[in-house]
Design a protein around this ligand. Structure first.
Ligand code: NAP
Ligand code: GDD
Length: 353
């Protein structure tokens, strides 16, 4: 049985990837870190031990800032595959904690690759690095592909740039089967509520059920290429099963603004947003009731923004036969439906008080 180590197991992608790997019959070592409140919400249903199909789940504690903990895990499990998903992944927060972001997102990847090298696993262990479309930053061409020059615009993206090149370097220098997945934004009902799509679907559902009055937003005009996390996790898996290591863009090839995403979500809940005013004074007003549902708040803007991302995943399609199954509208449906259900439960619980 192959052993796959997943860092960032408690995150959005980790929670999908663990399920995928278990369904493929792997022994999965899920790396979790110590935090003061539970971080297991997305994977509470995944119990350790042998699963029905014979696969196995093991939880191990470690932190990307702590080499000894990583060495111990590699020493104990000698994984066949490592998916490095762990990161301080919030771009805006990376401006507040730039050094920590570098520790986790840049040096964290280096620490894992050093475990492979120092423990003599270079011929055995395949390595996936969660690289990002944020590397393209102030984009130099449209759409962006594997050959587009990088121009990072945040401490997060700069840390990820270090990890990207470290992955390439360890592939070339030591012959490690190491791949970068340059993934464009991917979302799901498991997306953290700090990210814009989930913030919107969660707030819209709360407004719908009368638990919240309005939503405070940052830059509505930035444009992203949004896909569904489930499809992107399939792509990560394909990269490590291929005959040779390489770097791939995963993207939908479609692009929408934050404003458009907002309008679609609210329309699904029977609101009809009309925009009035400019800059931080702009408001989103429901045409039917005249109520202000969206306001702009300066705190959600970033010192430097990535205005436009749209990916070209031709290489992944041709070489890995990777194709996303979810449409943009399907993604929004999935998220809205989930958050309506979640909020309905919350409301029922509140009504009982
Ligand atoms: P996420 O939901 O924020 O999950 C991040 C994971 O990293 C969590 O499990 C978190 O643990 C863990 N983590 C954070 N700091 C750690 C540390 N010091 N040591 C060990 N684990 C740590 O992110 P995601 O959306 O699943 O993304 C997965 C990866 O893909 C990230 O590297 C992200 O930067 C990258 N990426 C994401 C996207 C996207 O659109 N989602 C696109 C491109 C690249 P806790 O639960 O304890 O906080
Ligand atoms: N989070 C957030 N909150 N973003 C907002 C808001 C808000 O209230 N209002 C507008 N935005 C804009 C941001 O300025 C950005 O342009 C866009 O919405 C998307 O923001 P996020 O959802 O936070 O994602 P991101 O694109 O910065 O980063 C995500 O995708 C990257 C891949 O391109 C993260 O998952 C990164 O980890 C990932 O690498």
């Amino acid at each position: 049985m192959k052993t796959s180590l997943v860092t960032g197991a408690t995150g959005q992608d980790g929670s999908y990837l663990i399920r995928k790997l278990l369904s493929e019959g792997r022994r999965v070592c899920a790396l979790t870190r110590r935090v003061s409140t539970s971080n297991m919400a997305r994977i509470t249903d995944l119990k350790p031990g042998v699963q029905e199909n014979g696969s196995e789940l093991v939880y191990c504690v470690g932190d990307l800032t702590d080499s000894p903990s990583l060495m111990r895990v590699f020493d104990e499990y000698a994984p066949d595959e490592v998916y490095n998903l762990a990161a301080q992944s919030d771009v805006r927060v990376s401006f507040d904690v730039p050094e920590y972001t570098g520790e986790v997102d840049a040096l964290g990847a280096l620490r894992l690759l050093e475990c492979i090298r120092q423990l003599g696993l270079t011929k055995k262990t395949r390595f996936y690095q969660a690289s990002t479309s944020e590397l393209f930053g102030a984009v130099r061409e449209k759409p962006q592909s594997e050959t587009t020059p990088f121009a990072p615009r945040s401490p997060y993206a700069i840390a990820k740039l270090y990890a990207y090149w470290t992955t390439v370097n360890y592939r070339e220098a030591y012959g490690i089967f190491a791949c970068n997945g340059i993934l464009f934004n991917h979302e799901s009902p498991y997306r953290g509520e700090n990210f814009v799509t989930r913030k919107i679907t969660r707030a819209a559902a709360r407004i719908y059920y009368g638990l919240q009055e309005k939503l405070r937003m940052g830059n509505l005009d930035s444009r992203r290429d949004w896909g569904h996390a489930q499809d992107y996790v399939d792509g990560m898996f394909l990269m490590l099963q291929h005959d040779y290591p390489d770097d791939y863009v995963l993207a939908s090839g479609e692009q929408h603004s934050v404003r458009e995403f907002l309008e679609i979500v609210f329309r699904k809940l029977d609101y009809d947003l009309e925009w009035q005013g400019h800059g931080v004074d702009e408001k989103g007003i429901d045409r039917r009731t005249g109520k202000t549902l969206v306001e702009i708040a300066a705190e959600f803007f970033r010192p430097t923004e990535v205005d436009y991302l749209c990916g070209d995943a031709t290489k992944a399609r041709k070489i890995l036969n990777w194709r996303p199954k979810h449409s943009f509208d399907g993604l929004i449906e999935d998220m809205v439906r989930h958050d309506l259900e979640l909020t309905q439960h919350e409301k029922k619980a509140l009504d009982k008080l």
